[in-house]
Design a protein around this ligand. Structure first.
Ligand code: ATP
Ligand code: MG
Length: 384
């Protein structure tokens, strides 16, 4: 089954794999850079030596000229001991007559490498200085992996966000579509059931009243479920309601269906908690939160729904004394698919969050939780 935990592991796996690929490609180009740099170093030393011999007029002149010509990639500036530029090589040919350009190049060369001293006149101890910088290929190779990885990371992030936005839109469509379809499918058997009940009521008058009341209750419950699904599938109408009453009714309903070992109560800190809500959907929220609380306490314990408000907000705190939620999971519990239960779908809280945030413009979060002691979920709505 594709669960939230699986998703987290896949995300970690891809993240680590991407880091490893990035690190490997950096390491690999770095080793290429090192090889190329040492080749260039050897080449420039050979060139310096050939230049020295040429200036001194020693050795086979043709051979030395060949070596001197051989360097077609490494930019060079040769300076005498008075600071005059004697020769340049492999610099931008359109600018070599421009002194400012040459000085700028010289600065770059000074930053990159120590100059090579060429002793050409031993008796007068006269030197030339050979300044050089990395060839175009070497400097490209040095910056290439960084540019490449930055671009790849940028596109990966962009596609991740685009994909998750489109996936969210798709999820929305599925939520809405499935809910509408469920409501629609339930409609027909419910109206037919109602007709059957009417028929029974007319024909079997005696001894059947108890059974008919129960049937009526079940049909009403089915209608409520259908209403919830149809509300989730369309824009629900919100009305100003007194939450004190709504929650009291909701808990009354739940109390009748929960074990007597669970104590459900309302505590109204400041009466008159009015907000714009849709009752069937809001009941669903309270029902889901209380069901989770009951599961967390393994059958026995206390649930308190506390209501309070200030000038702008209504606060609904649902507190249980169950097993608690670790701090690291305060946000995760709302993700679809996250569950710690054998038979859970991990959908309850994501539905709750959806109803509170998308349909009621409110917020819901874990306000407080302590392992082994209990949990408080808080819903905040705007005051009507
Ligand atoms: N009051 C609570 N106390 C402790 N843990 C909670 C509480 N409410 C939720 N949880 C944790 O959050 C998880 C997700 O809850 P959610 O309602 O989304 O799914 P579920 O209850 O596991 O399954 P479903 O509601 O789909 O049947 C739960 O499995 C549980 O671990
Ligand atoms: Mg649940």
């Amino acid at each position: 089954m594709y669960t939230y935990e699986n998703k987290i592991w896949w995300k970690r796996f891809f993240f680590i794999a991407a880091l490893l690929i990035g690190a490997f490609s950096l390491w690999y180009t770095d080793s290429l850079v090192k090889v190329l740099a040492s080749e260039e170093d050897k080449k420039i030393k050979l060139w310096a030596n050939a230049t020295r011999l040429l200036i001194k007029g020693e050795g086979d002149i043709n051979f030395l000229l060949d070596i001197a010509k051989d360097n077609t990639t490494i930019p060079i500036i040769l300076i005498d001991d008075k600071g005059n530029i004697n020769a340049t090589k492999n610099l931008d040919s359109t600018h070599v007559s421009d002194t400012a350009y040459l000085m700028e190049q010289l600065e770059i060369m000074k930053e990159q490498h120590e100059p090579i001293k060429i002793l050409y006149d031993e008796t007068n101890n006269r030197f030339n200085y050979l300044y050089y910088k990395n060839s175009f290929i070497l400097s490209q190779l040095k910056s290439y992996p960084i540019i490449q990885l930055t671009l790849i990371a940028f596109f990966a992030l962009l596609s991740y966000f685009t994909l998750s936005a489109s996936r969210r839109a798709e999820q929305n469509q599925v939520w809405v579509g499935m809910s509408k379809e469920t409501a629609h499918q339930l409609g027909t058997p419910i109206s037919s059931l109602k007709e059957w009940i009417n028929l029974l009521r007319e024909t079997e008058k005696e001894n059947q009243e108890e059974l008919l009341v129960e049937l009526d209750n079940d049909v009403r419950r089915l209608e409520l479920i259908t209403e919830r699904f149809s509300k989730i599938g369309s824009d629900p109408v919100l009305k100003p309601e007194n939450l004190d009453l709504v929650i009291e009714n909701s808990l009354l309903y739940l109390n009748a269906r929960t074990s007597s070992k669970v104590d459900l109560s309302v505590s109204i800190l400041k009466p008159g908690n009015w907000a714009n809500i849709n009752i069937p959907l809001f009941d669903w929220v309270i029902e889901n939160l209380c069901k989770n609380a009951i599961d967390a306490m393994e059958g026995k314990g206390k649930i308190v729904v506390q209501l309070n408000h200030d000038e702008k907000h209504v606060y609904i705190d649902i507190t249980d004394n169950g097993k608690g939620i670790p701090k690291s999971k305060f946000k995760t519990v709302f993700k679809p698919g996250f569950t710690t239960k054998k038979r859970g779908w991990g959908l309850g809280l994501s539905l709750v969050k959806r109803i509170v945030e998308s349909y009621h413009n409110g917020t819901i979060y874990v306000r407080h939780s302590e392992l082994g002691k209990g949990t408080t979920f808080r819903i905040v709505l705007q005051v009507e």
